[in-house]
Design a protein around this ligand. Structure first.
Ligand code: ATP
Ligand code: MG
Length: 515
């Protein structure tokens, strides 16, 4: 063991610098104090050390780190003396220095006889301002008074550094606790608004949807999500998965409309090498990849009746066979399907098999169109405003009341997605602090010009119908960049009839094209 007097000439600043580095190098105080004791031992020959920390709530002391003391010594008489000194130091808030331990008497007046060498003992309070954080006690060989003074001076600074660390920890703990409380209260506040996994909406219809999601999440039941385009079906599928016990396992989406018929089986169930011309390698399918998790079959009505039969079997048997393979592979997968099609009509048209429909329809969730959840529109609009401001590095503070009126009364044929796109566009268009009607897409803005939605006063049925008709035509023209032929086709009418209505309803097609 190196003797402290060998290194006495070493610059005390170097030691202090190392101590300070050690204290700030780790977030784990216990670990860094241990390193400090190790350093004091190797550089100055300290033999034993104890850091006692006072709990800042109960003010009770406890040993945080001990160095060089074995379990036997903990039970010894001299250790009891250490303990007694520590509590005295805590009470008096002053240091206790015993140059020669063998000459000291313990608290009960018994002379300490266990010490064989001439040891010194120092116990310093860890104080910063009014706060006392604990004590630092060390035991080392006595050399001479000068050396003792040097060590006292050095330890004084070490104690201050440790006290600073403990104060910092105390402040961090207070901040952590206040953040935790704030987090809990924000979560509580949010739960009233958001309720489920990224889904916004406080309307009764949406609360019913949340309830359904909560109910079904804990089960393994197949879920069928129905709703118009842009109503949030994919969000619901996510919510179910992430609320379920499968959350840590994969969630795999398959867009049934986007995969060619010839590839879908291999995509879903995988294939063996050589199963078909391009099968150069054995590949696992989405069902195997989703094992333990959830598979989301989006636009499920696009699957061919043959595939429906195969899926039905998988759902019943919970087994798959790779294309070209012989082995039967067990899979544990929860299935969620979604469609915006009229399923009953699809059955009539023989696009969807009835048995498949019944198997899917175990737990249907119907997402209401945005026009049926009017009270959520502004909530969603503000949410998207915040998000797209962040994305586009803009600071728009609010939506004008005129825009709020327009958004609230608009019928949103494209549902939440259309609202999201509308706000994204407004954020891009707006260079000021407030979103104004001029920042909205023409299909919405034009209507505002003519107060289409304010049905106050004496408005005849004919007028109301005309206004809606105008809105529908403008929306469609906006979708197809003002192309009348395309709009006519989508609205199942002729170019001539649509052209006539456009002129009757005073729709400015050029303005729509320009936008
Ligand atoms: N309740 C909601 N809260 C927040 N964002 C929503 C909500 N509903 C939908 N959205 C957002 O609207 C967009 C469309 O949602 P999503 O893709 O889930 O709709 P969809 O019903 O699957 O549409 P499609 O039938 O066209 O596939 C997404 O960007 C989604 O994040
Ligand atoms: Mg979708």
């Amino acid at each position: 063991m190196p003797k402290y007097y060998d290194v006495l000439d070493s610059n005390e600043l170097v030691v202090l610098h190392e101590v300070s580095n050690l204290l700030t190098s780790s977030l784990d105080l216990k670990e860094s104090i241990n390193c400090v004791f190790e350093l004091l031992h190797s550089r100055l020959g300290f033999m034993k050390g104890i850091l006692t920390v006072v709990n800042q709530t109960t003010m009770l002391p406890s040993i945080k780190v001990s160095y060089g003391i074995n379990s036997e010594e903990f039970k010894s008489q001299s250790f009891k003396q250490w303990e007694a000194i520590t509590s005295k130091v805590l009470q008096s808030r002053g240091p206790m220095i015993i140059p020669h331990l063998d000459e000291a008497f313990d608290i009960s007046g018994i002379k300490n006889v266990e010490s064989v060498e001439d040891e010194s003992f120092i116990c310093l309070p860890l104080i910063l301002g009014e706060d006392i954080f604990g004590t630092l006690a060390v035991d080392f060989l006595f050399r001479d008074d000068e050396n003792l003074q040097f060590i006292i001076k050095l330890l004084d600074v070490v104690a201050l550094l440790i006290a600073q660390e403990l104060k910092l920890k105390k402040l961090l703990d207070i901040e952590k606790e206040s953040l935790r409380k704030e987090n809990v209260s924000l979560k509580h506040e949010l739960s009233e608004k958001y309720d489920i996994h990224n889904m916004l909406g406080k309307s009764k219809v949406m609360r019913d949807v949340y309830q359904a999601i909560k109910q079904v999440s804990s089960s393994n039941a197949t879920v069928l999500i129905r709703g118009e385009s842009g109503t949030g079906k994919e969000l619901v599928a996510h919510a179910i998965h992430y609320q379920s016990q499968r959350a840590a396992k994969p969630f795999i989406r398959i867009n049934c409309a986007a995969i060619p018929e010839s590839l879908i089986e291999s995509e879903l169930f995988g294939h063996q090498k050589g199963a078909f011309t391009d099968a150069f390698e054995t590949k696992i399918g989405k069902f195997e990849a989703a094992h333990g998790g959830t598979i989301f079959l989006d636009e499920v009505t696009e699957l061919s009746p043959q595939m429906q039969v195969k899926l039905l079997r998988v759902l019943q048997e919970k087994e798959i066979t790779r294309v070209g393979g012989l082995d039967v592979i067990s899979v544990d997968v929860r299935m969620i399907a979604a469609t915006n099609n009229d399923l009953e009509k699809a059955i009539q048209l023989k696009k969807v098999r009835e048995d498949f429909y019944y198997r899917l329809n175990v737990f249907p969730i119907l997402l209401p169109p945005l026009r049926d959840r009017n009270m959520d529109v502004l909530l969603l609009a503000e949410h998207f405003l915040e998000r797209y401001c962040l994305d586009n590095n803009k600071s728009i503070s609010r939506i004008s009341s005129a825009v709020s009126d327009i958004l609230t009364y608009y019928q949103w044929p494209g549902n939440v997605r259309e609202l999201e796109n509308c706000i994204e566009r407004a954020v891009i268009m707006c260079n000021g602090d407030i979103v104004l009607p001029k920042h909205l897409p023409p299909s919405i803005k034009v209507l505002e010009d003519e107060e289409v939605f304010s049905f106050s006063g004496n408005v005849s049925l004919k007028d109301k119908v005309s206004r809606y008709e105008k809105k529908i035509i403008i929306d469609m023209l906006d979708n197809v960049n003002g192309n009348i032929s395309k709009a006519a086709k989508s609205l199942h009418t002729t170019h001539r009839i649509l052209g006539y209505r456009i002129s009757q309803l005073n729709i400015d097609v050029d303005k729509i094209k320009a936008s």
